[in-house]
Design a binder for this molecule. Structure first.
Ligand code: GCO
Length: 407
């Protein structure tokens, strides 16, 4: 795997605030995790206490030879009430950026990674066009405070995941009782209930894309040279004979419209875990005989090569693998996954695709949303009683690749 990557290539790992920080108590997810009929397996709680342990964590990641770290700024902390910004919270993220730079890691910031402040949901959440301006205002504030230290900014993580989840996994939504309880607890109505993850309508898609575009303008107004993009969840959508039409329709709806919306951006972040097969009737389950991961995804590391090529074809902007990885308790399989995945990334580079970086999901085992702490995506494991971190062999392997390819 040596010398197949350009010297300025970004090698990193990724996390998201809510999944690692702990006690993100002003966010919509925190509220939903604690309802009597919650759909979450368990609450996020202290997570891995990254909020307090970021210095050691960043030092550990740097010691592994990475040159970048992708993490998210938590809107619920930075703007705890509508229009009220917390300088202390902004300073916290500034200290994180400074710690990264002191250790030779370029900070790649995500401004929204699934969680939102409670007040936003009470106002109509991600279904209300007014929120786009609020997201832009928040983005401007964050850029004012951190923009000079950031390497690049992802506005919204996985802009297409609400639509995917509504069309593929959660048809009919998350269940009436849960919606009723959540809406009540978040001071809205079941009809207007729209946290990001559950905002799966076509109207919400337009709101999300407007939020991205307005945020991009706000960031550029502050700091014209800062690269801005969005990230998108892309599985390798394969058609079986007869499934081409359905696959094309679904791919347009779930991926292409979002890639098209990124054509004016500085880059697009591609996040891939597996493939999906389509037949004439729609999406098919895993193929018999193919190994499954903890997420019940097919073990399909080559998916990342296919999605990079697709993103290049449709968006035609520089590409970054902002997430790629596997939920497994068997770290040997993780290592095998990364090895095969990186081969396909190298092949894309060889074919002339402008791929600028690779971020493994995830740095640490962390809170996997509805599934709680059971799936383990980390290259570093965490004992959540002692908060002790232990580096897995897959991390050592990635570390060797990153170091061998650095100047
Ligand atoms: C994502 C998510 C992560 C998940 C990961 C594994 O962007 O989908 O960024 O939060 O943990 O995808 O399922």
């Amino acid at each position: 795997m040596n010398h197949q990557f350009p010297p300025e290539f970004l090698w990193g790992t990724a996390t998201a605030a809510h999944q690692v920080e702990g006690n993100n108590a002003n966010s919509d997810f925190w509220v939903m995790e604690h309802l009597p009929d919650t759909v979450f397996a368990e609450p996020s709680g202290d997570a891995i206490d990254h909020y307090h342990r970021y210095r050691e964590d960043i030092a550990l990641l740097a010691s592994l030879g990475f040159n970048s770290y992708r993490f998210s700024v938590e809107w619920a902390r930075v703007e705890p009430e509508d229009g009220r910004f917390s300088t202390a919270a902004l300073d916290h993220y500034r200290r994180m950026c400074e710690a990264c730079l002191a250790h030779g890691l370029k900070p790649v910031l995500t401004y929204h990674h699934f969680t939102s402040p409670r007040w936003l949901i009470a106002q109509g959440g991600w279904q209300d066009m007014d929120m786009a301006a609020k997201f832009a205002r928040y983005s401007q504030k964050v850029t004012q405070h951190l923009g000079d230290l950031a390497e690049m900014v992802c506005t919204i993580n996985e802009v297409n995941i609400p639509r995917m989840s509504a069309m593929l996994w959660m048809a009919g939504g998350p269940g009436e009782t849960f919606i009723r309880q959540s809406a009540h607890a978040l001071h809205t109505t079941p009809q207007q209930f729209a946290p990001f993850m559950f905002a799966g309508t076509a109207e919400a898609r337009d709101v999300i894309l407007a939020a991205h575009h307005q945020a991009r303008a706000a960031i550029k107004a502050e700091r014209p040279s800062l690269p801005v993009g969005l990230t998108i969840a892309m599985s390798d959508m394969q058609a079986l004979p007869g499934g081409e039409e359905v696959r094309d329709r679904m791919r347009h709806e779930l991926q292409d419209v979002f890639l098209e919306a990124a054509r004016e951006d500085d880059f697009v972040g591609v996040q891939t875990y597996t493939r999906e097969r389509y037949g004439a009737e729609g999406i098919l389950g895993p193929e018999e005989g193919v190994e499954l991961t903890q997420m019940d995804y097919e073990f399909w590391p080559q998916a990342i090569g296919a999605t990079l090529r697709r993103a290049h074809e449709v968006a035609d902007v520089p590409l970054i693998v902002t997430e790629n990885g596997i939920g497994t308790e068997d770290d040997e399989r993780r290592l095998a996954y990364y090895e095969a995945a990186l081969q396909t990334v190298a092949a894309c580079l060889q074919d002339g695709l402008d791929v600028r970086g690779y971020f493994a999901w995830s740095a640490f085992d962390n809170f996997e949303w509805l599934l709680g702490y059971r799936p383990t995506f980390g290259i570093i494991t965490v004992d959540r009683c002692t908060q002790q971190r232990t580096v897995k062999p897959s991390a050592r392997w990635l570390s060797a690749v990153a170091m061998a390819n650095r100047p």
